[in-house]
Design a protein around this ligand. Structure first.
Ligand code: URA
Length: 214
């Protein structure tokens, strides 16, 4: 649902999302279950993030007879995953958006400045004709997300949405300051960032938990 304090932030607080998110946060959750839960929640977040896609009515025939029925209209979609944890959200979103194209943005956080450094950027050739949804499980400082939106918009694409699992208030503020038109769809807004830029209580390092690298 839309957050009344900030209409640009939509918290998908459906009971299924809340339940799966709690399992995902737990330190007891194994890598295989983390991966599965992230995929499942991503599907539910894709559903929430696309609820305002425009439709047009077309004429079809069912086995019983003719009827007018809605189909998706408007710009085609592109999912832009911020590496590496963003890739963990792709399959779940593509399950319900099978025609979307996929871009990848490689950004790592400089450990001292916490600023993003780009090492990879690949978008579909026709990205300017698409509506881009940026995906990253953790909206922490917001610097990487803000940089991703800047790069995508520089290509002439429209990028109206960010889908994440957890958002820190600091990340929402930083992204909204640079890209106020972007709507953020998240499963939860957590308390704050710690001194290392991690979300509290969060779920730890999403990439490490997804790939079992720590
Ligand atoms: N990235 C993560 O993986 N976790 C955080 O808490 C913040 C950024």
């Amino acid at each position: 649902m839309t957050n009344p304090a900030d209409p640009k932030v939509r918290v998908a607080d459906h009971p299924l999302v809340l339940h799966k998110l709690t399992l995902l946060r737990s330190i007891e959750t194994t890598t295989d279950n983390f991966r599965r839960l992230l995929r499942e929640i991503s599907t539910l977040l894709a559903y929430e993030a696309t609820r305002d896609l425009p439709t047009v009515s077309v004429q079809i025939t069912t086995p019983i007879g003719p009827c007018a029925a809605p189909v998706l209209a408007g710009k085609k979609l592109c999912l832009a995953a911020i590496l590496r944890a963003g890739t963990g959200m792709l399959d779940g979103m593509l399950d319900v958006l099978p025609n979307a194209r996929v871009g990848h943005i490689g950004l790592y956080r400089d450990p001292t400045t916490l600023r993003p450094v780009e090492y990879y950027f690949k978008m579909p050739e026709d990205v300017a004709e698409r509506s881009v949804i940026v995906v990253d499980p953790m909206l922490a400082t917001g610097h990487s997300a803000a940089q991703a939106f800047t790069r995508i918009k520089d290509l002439g694409a429209i990028a109206p949405k960010m889908v994440c699992l957890l958002a820190a208030p600091e990340g929402i503020a930083a992204l909204s300051a640079l890209h106020p038109e972007v709507e953020i769809v998240t499963a939860a807004i957590d308390e704050r960032l710690n001194e290392h830029g991690y979300i509290v209580p969060g779920l730890g390092d999403a990439g490490d938990r997804l790939f079992g690298t720590k």
